[in-house]
Design a protein around this ligand. Sequence first.
Ligand SMILES: [Cu+2]
Length: 136
Amino acid sequence: MHSIRLISSGIALALCLAAGTQAADAPYRVAVASDGIQRVTIVGGSYFFKPDHIVVKAGTPVELVLRVERGIVPHRFVLDLPSDQVAIDTQLGEEPRVFRFTPGTPGRYPYYCPNRLLFFDSHRDKGMAGMLEVVE
Ligand SMILES: [Cu+2]
């Protein structure tokens, strides 16, 4: 029992370190569809977002489809954008939810699940975090 606890906290720490330095997966470059929209789906689960590093073009509309894997732990999706844009903060459901916005300022914008249970680490600290990279 003790060793299992140690292993799982080690994994959580590794995920933490990965999230702190760079995203674990290769960046996912979103293609521009024939209708001129950059469509991408992000799936959340305990405790990850896939993909966790998305690259989009500035000035081109983005359609973000958000959903969560089946499970009992409630998750949220927060995307911090510059102050001239509306940030996204939504509960995640198994039914996909669609958000549209046009990224303006190039930069790196974090997305994450801020949920936490009592004094435990937040889901973000457990690895439920990613980055939207806006490029010219
Ligand atoms: Cu969560």
